[in-house]
Design a protein around this ligand. Structure first.
Ligand code: NAD
Ligand code: WQD
Length: 339
């Protein structure tokens, strides 16, 4: 299959590109590098031993996108292109709505004009909202999101559902990711956040490599077994392989289907820290700090539907996630920038 990855130079997109190339698919990437660089794609090509068709363009630029789609004629699109920093989305909500919604609308319009009928969308567990009981099951309704980023995901799901009602030939697969972490086993590609990391795993990795002094653990008085929050951390290569299954599934059908991509097992912030210390072989400086606004005590996936219907389940352990994150960070202390 020929697959266009919008936002494919980013963290999840680059790992998915590699999984798709390894599964024999052809990959086209469109990215404006607002949160990535072409170096990730160069490394994907090296690892796969095959080229990627790479375009630098904003997905909101309909004339650029139309010319790429009509020239390359992909069978399916995976839509990763979006801004994703929760805290930043509270500061600059309009930039988040503008980028994430416009990118989706332009993509759908251009797909319509060029006859591309299959789309897989990077959604998030955040759409279950603040009040959903755990574990999250796909049959639950979308809830009230706690930040503009989350609302963009919820709104995009609605847009895609409406588009599929209006166009009965459209196939939409909504993938709700839980907490993707880790890196490809080679350590050649991985997560490379700009500035101070917002997310737990890259922050821990940067403490380990000496780029940050101390991990602040946001809250140790939650109603959880050790008082710190619990999340469903999933290895990014498991997630990438889930996309390959979702693509094949979506290409053979019409209408909308939604899948959780998680492991079904939560680990706490302290458990993650200790697993990382085991992987890197030394203790990491940490301190307890105030709770972070908007954090939920714990959530994890009911991962049954993806297993039943896609035949996919995560197979990598927490130790694998930490080993691979450390391998990437140790080999690339400054990420894709030369150190
Ligand atoms: P990322 O920032 O590494 O990747 C997103 C990519 O999209 C980047 O390469 C960026 O340059 C590109 N992009 C953004 N806006 C664009 C535009 N208008 N035109 C072209 N390219 C554009 O993020 P990621 O972690 O790889 O996430 C990929 C997708 O998955 C995002 O939509 C994100 O919201 C979603 N998601 C991520 C997580 C997570 O924890 N990483 C969890 C749930 C959902
Ligand atoms: C995990 C836990 C923090 C950093 C976010 C988005 C979600 C999804 C995935 C996109 C929390 C704690 C963190 C630190 C800490 N993204 N933590 N010290 O918040 O579960 O999910 O990324 O869709 O929408 O909200 O992930 O990695 O930020 O936090 O103690 O320096 O780690 O408080 O309990 P989160 P996270």
């Amino acid at each position: 299959m020929k697959v266009l990855l919008a936002g494919g130079a980013g963290y999840i997109g680059s790992h998915t590109a590699l999984a798709l190339l390894n599964a024999g698919h052809d990959v086209i990437i469109v990215d404006n590098y607002c949160n990535s660089s072409p170096e990730s794609v160069r490394r994907v090509e090296q690892l796969a031993g095959r080229p990627v068709e790479l375009y630098e363009a904003d997905v909101r630029d309909s004339s650029a996108l139309l010319s790429i789609l009509s020239g390359s004629r992909p069978d399916s699109v995976i839509h990763f292109a979006g801004l994703k920093a929760v805290g930043e989305s509270v500061q600059v909500p309009l930039a988040y709505y503008r980028n994430n919604l416009d990118a989706t609308l332009t993509l759908l319009e251009c797909m319509g004009k060029t006859g591309v009928r299959n789309i897989v969308f990077s959604s998030s567990a955040t759409v279950y909202g603040e009040d959903a009981p755990v574990p999250y099951v796909e049959t639950m309704p979308r809830g009230r999101c706690s930040n503009p980023y989350g609302w963009t995901k919820s709104m995009i799901e609605q847009i895609l559902e409406d588009a599929a009602v209006a166009d009965s030939d459209l196939s939409v697969v909504l993938l709700r990711y839980f907490n993707p972490v880790g890196a490809h086993e080679s350590g050649r590609i991985g997560e490379d956040p700009r500035g101070i990391p917002n997310n737990l795993m890259p922050y821990i990795s940067q403490v380990a490599v000496g780029r940050r002094e101390c991990l602040n653990i946001f809250g140790n008085d939650y109603p959880t077994p050790d008082g710190t929050c619990r999340r469903d951390f999933i290895h990014v290569m498991d997630l990438a392989e889930g996309h390959a299954r979702a693509l094949e599934y979506g290409a053979g059908r019409k209408g909308v289907e939604v899948f959780n991509l998680g492991t079904g097992t939560p680990y706490s912030v302290l458990e993650m820290l200790h697993a990382f210390e085991k992987a890197c072989g030394f203790p990491l400086k940490h301190a307890f700090a105030e709770r972070r606004a908007g954090d939920l005590p714990e959530f994890w996936a009911d991962a049954g539907k993806a297993k039943r219907i896609l035949g996919w389940q995560a197979k990598r352990s927490l130790d694998d996630m930490c080993r691979d994150a450390w391998n990437w960070q140790e080999q690339n202390p400054m990420g894709y920038q030369p150190s």
